[in-house]
Each structure stands twice: as structure tokens, then as C-alpha cells.
Design a protein around this ligand. Sequence first.
Ligand SMILES: Cc1cc2nc3c(=O)[nH]c(=O)nc-3n(C[C@H](O)[C@H](O)[C@H](O)COP(=O)(O)OP(=O)(O)OC[C@H]3O[C@@H](n4cnc5c(N)ncnc54)[C@H](O)[C@@H]3O)c2cc1C
Length: 393
Amino acid sequence: MPGSSYLDWPFFEPRHAELAAEMEAWARQQLHEDDSEDVDEACRRLVRSLGAGGWLKYTIGGTAYGAAAEKIDTRALCILRETLAQHSGLADFSFALQGLGSGAITLFGTPEQKRKYLPRVADGSAIAAFALSETDAGSDVAALQCSARAEGDAYILNGEKTWISNGGIADFYVVFARTGEGDGAKGITTFVVDAETAGFHVAERLEVIAPHPLARLEFRDCRVPAVQRIGEAGQGFKVAMATLDVFRTSVAAAALGFARRALREALRRATSRKMFGQALAEFQLTQGKLAEMATGIDAAALLTYRAAWLRDRGERVTVEAAMAKMTATETAQRVIDAAVQIFGGLGVRKNETVERLYREIRPLRIYEGATEVQQLIIARGIIKAFQEQEQPG
Ligand SMILES: Cc1cc2nc3c(=O)[nH]c(=O)nc-3n(C[C@H](O)[C@H](O)[C@H](O)COP(=O)(O)OP(=O)(O)OC[C@H]3O[C@@H](n4cnc5c(N)ncnc54)[C@H](O)[C@@H]3O)c2cc1C
């Protein structure tokens, strides 16, 4: 509705609109895209600055450990990502990874683990990473091979992880390794591994279309004390999925932020660019594009904040988070592509905002579960619910 804000939707409480306004003011003042800066240095600087600004406390849970609330407020997390993404993809990345990389500790960590890591995540003095994927275990994550063998009061890790965001700059890595209590998903355990642990090293840095720190990691007889195990042995798959249930919805929010920025850029260009004696926005073909973009954004926002709201009510949101992530990332890709088209040649000029967004959005359709994986999650969820309704007991 023109004039009203999506923050007036019934999913939100007044504090959410206040938070969005505060973050918007902070981001306008603090965030400036600078493609010439070294990406590692930029991320370190952004984590420190997000910590000093008090924003990272929304990425963890537990006020005793420096969090904004006892539980992660999913709507706050989403609003912050959405706002950051409108200003800087790298700032959104740095913010999100603090949460994804420490989420297993917030959700399943011991009080000692929480005390050791979470306050440093919240103040930006430690950088976190989430190491689940392997070369032959991406979508099929239960096929992971990195192993952890119990030996005395420690585990010995051997194997590799790849596509690990913050790889190379993280101070600690939450690592999922095979401990063999059962087959596939039933034999995985979670560990937190400090970057300086002997036997751990960054084997290769990876470059992608929207640059951020990314690496392949190797573990060679890497001895991790048993106190660094997160949750029960054999429960690692559950830990990973519970973490993703929180952060997947926030990926949808980041996609929304990129899409909103693209629509704003497209409106600015379409209303000012003159051709054939009138503004581009006066042509009905352009209006059709703009209408599709705005409607797609609202539909994606409704799904995103439904998932966030349901989770904040304590409900399981596996299907709803998958719907939100799939719809928001796919919609954002279409919206941004339309914005590039509206910009014409300028749309593909390096470092034009829409060109940057075009690169930023692409990986979001792949990581934290590619679109096809979200489709499978949704379909399995609705088939199961149908069968339970049709054949109770
Ligand atoms: C920029 C970036 C950052 C990342 N950061 C991290 C990180 O921090 N930590 C981490 O652990 N991982 C990270 N990843 C890894 C990411 O989660 C994986 O890339 C993703 O899970 C897909 O795995 P894959 O690349 O092996 O592709 P594959 O699993 O080989 O998938 C290839 C294609 O097959 C499709 N597919 C899968 N299953 C089916 C099916 N049943 N039917 C039909 N098609 C199917 C997929 O959707 C995809 O399109 C990151 C990846 C990228 C690109």
C-alpha cells in the first residue's frame, strides 16, 4: 500500500520498526562500498564496526553472553540483514556469518562454550565460520567424509571442508565431522575448532563473483579437546539443520534487501531517463516490469516475515523457511535482472549499483541449500502433513 511500511504488518512489534530505523541511520553513516579495499581487511573492519555499533548482539542468544535477548529474535535478525543488504553486501555478509558461525553454540553449546565464544562474537573481537560443506557433500550433506575419532579426552579430525565463508580470517570454525554412531546423517558430530589448533590449516582461498573471504580447509590429525564438542555425539546433523532453520530465513531477508535496492535504483533511472520524448517510466512495458518487481518483493517479504514470526513464536519452520528462502532469492534475481535491463548499458558497467547487486544475489540461490533442495524440503513437508491428515495414527 503506498505510504505504509511493511514494518506495519502484524508480524512485527513496535521495537522492530525502531530497530530498522536505527540500523538505517547507522548504515547510511557508516557503510560505503569501496571495491578497492582488500576483502579480508574490509570484513575484519566491518565485523569490528558492527560489534562497536551494538548490532552483532542480535546474531547470538543469551543476555549473559552479550546477546540482545535470551533467544535470537528472528524478525530482528531479518530486519537487520535486509537493511544492511540495501547498503552493502559485504556488511550483510559479515553480520550474517557471525550468527551462522556461532549459531550452533547459541543453540546447543555448554555454558563454558557460550562464555568462551559468544561475548567475542557479539563485540566483534572474534570472527566465526560454519564448516559443513565438502567437495563431495554439498546438497547431499549427509555424505560428508571429514572424520573425528575419539581418543582419550579428545577427538582427532582428518579430512577437508570447502566453500567455507570467512575461511582464512575466522578465529574459530564450527565443524561437522563423521564420528560413525550410525549411517549417513546419524553419524555426524559438531565441534568448535580454534583457528590456531595444530593440524588445522587453510589449504586454498577461493574467488567468487561477489568477493568475500572463502576457503577450502584441511584437518590433518587435528586434535580437538572433547570439551569443544557441541551437543551429543551423533547429533551433528540435527545441530546443522536447526542452525540453518534460523539463518535460512535471514538469507531470504538479505535477498529482499538486494531486491528493494534494485527496485529503488530502477525507479530512479526509469523516471529520469528520457527517450522518444518521454521518461522511460511512462512506457507501459516499463510499468509492467516495475509492477512485477514490486509485487514480487511484497510476496517474498510476506513469506520471509511469516517464517521469522512463526519461529519467534517457538514453532518449527523448516517448510516455511524453505519457502521464504526459495521465493525471496529467486524473486530477487528476477528483480535485479529487470533493474539491469532498465539501466541499459549502464546496468552492466562495472561497479554500477545494479551490476554489483547482479553479482551479489547469484550465490544466495545456491548456498544454505540451493533452490532445488528447498523444493524438496517443501514437497516432503507438505506430503508428510497430507499423509498425517489423511491417515492419522
Ligand atoms: C559463495 C558461497 C559461500 C558458501 N559458504 C558456505 C559456508 O560458509 N559453509 C558451508 O558449509 N558451505 C558453504 N557454501 C557451500 C554451499 O552450501 C554449497 O555450495 C551448496 O550446498 C551446494 O552444494 P554444491 O556446491 O556441492 O552443489 P551440488 O550439491 O553439486 O548441487 C549442484 C546442483 O544440483 C542441484 N540438486 C541437488 N539435489 C538435487 C536433486 N535431488 N534433484 C535435482 N537437483 C538437485 C542443486 O540444487 C544444484 O543446482 C558456500 C557456497 C558458496 C557458493
